[in-house]
Design a protein around this ligand. Sequence first.
Ligand SMILES: Cc1cc2nc3c(=O)[nH]c(=O)nc-3n(C[C@H](O)[C@H](O)[C@H](O)COP(=O)(O)OP(=O)(O)OC[C@H]3O[C@@H](n4cnc5c(N)ncnc54)[C@H](O)[C@@H]3O)c2cc1C
Length: 371
Amino acid sequence: MIGGGIGGVATALALHREGFYPVVYERVKELKEVGAGIALWANATHVLKNLDLLEEAKEVGVITTNYQFNSQNGKELVNVPVNGFELPTIGIHRADLHELLWRRLPEKQFILGETFERFSLSENRVCAHFTSGLMVEGDAFIGADGLRSKVRSELFGEQPPIYRNFTTWRGLTNHVPDTYHPGYIREFLGRGKGFGFMMLGKGRMYWYAAALAPENQADAPIGRKKELENMFQDWFDSIPELIAATDETDIIKTDLYDRVPALPWSKQNITLLGDAAHPTLPTLGQGACMALEDALVVTKCLLEYSSPATAFQNYESQRFSRTKSIVEQSLRSGRMGQLAHPITVKLRETLMKLMKPAIANSFKTIHAYRA
Ligand SMILES: Cc1cc2nc3c(=O)[nH]c(=O)nc-3n(C[C@H](O)[C@H](O)[C@H](O)COP(=O)(O)OP(=O)(O)OC[C@H]3O[C@@H](n4cnc5c(N)ncnc54)[C@H](O)[C@@H]3O)c2cc1C
């Protein structure tokens, strides 16, 4: 396994539980997932249940019941219940989820500080080379090395991901606004900007903001926090309150990218998984959830077919249409969120209210999937 993010460690754990001997090679020397939250919908908590981690995830996270969309001043547009399944939706800190997964792996199977560089292929054997000089031969390789996957560019050539004209800020604070509804993800849509917040476990509140911006835009000279306070000063009261309650050092800024969905993901006994295979905009909060689904499916295929190359062909054909549809839907909702003209924003608000059943249905379809 190249890459020990959520996708890589979940896959290694799923394989380990089935008697395989996966080894994860991760480039960072020390594990520190970014200080941000993640929503694990029923399609992802199904994977945790299969890995016997659901109860612990419920303990360190928080049960989420509703996804509510609002106008920028807090008028409800659509309120989608997300608790109608046999499995819960959980708001969880990324580091807590990551730790639940890697702690279950034997230490010697999770190697830190190794950066993958290239493969050498001969006959049926593949050897992975790392920048340290380490060389590893294996029966199969999985590139779970994220958005700018080196495994992907080694297999299929350099193709940069596509910047979608949106940048995001993510923050974490212990401050819980008085207006907070327990169990709610509250999202606010304005002119070319959006804001959302949800509770994670351990009393922490996670918020995210998004805005149209050129790629790699530097922070304003007034600083990241002040810039956000100015951007959202006249929005729903809890929003400037949450920004003000967050330390500037706890605010992460990330430009948003995806790729046009395309196969193949595999060559011989090497395949891709998670963001390396199908990076998506986070508008539906499904990137890590899809990586978890991949983990189960690739494990089932490796159990079913003794040849890794055949297993990977089956894995990618089972996963492609599901991931393609989510990447495309995420891009469409991203574009809706980018509308900036006052008239189109008003139209969007009217349309969202009218389309409430369709919006609820599309969430339901995505969350109903069981890997
Ligand atoms: C703003 C934002 C909000 C999001 N919100 C959500 C959400 O609510 N729900 C959700 O499901 N998803 C969400 N996502 C998406 C989610 O973060 C990703 O889809 C998920 O982290 C992908 O996991 P991964 O393991 O495939 O890749 P990554 O998490 O990127 O992990 C890749 C790993 O590979 C390592 N690596 C990279 N190159 C090498 C190399 N050459 N050698 C060795 N190791 C290497 C990296 O260090 C890293 O640890 C969000 C994303 C963003 C940007």
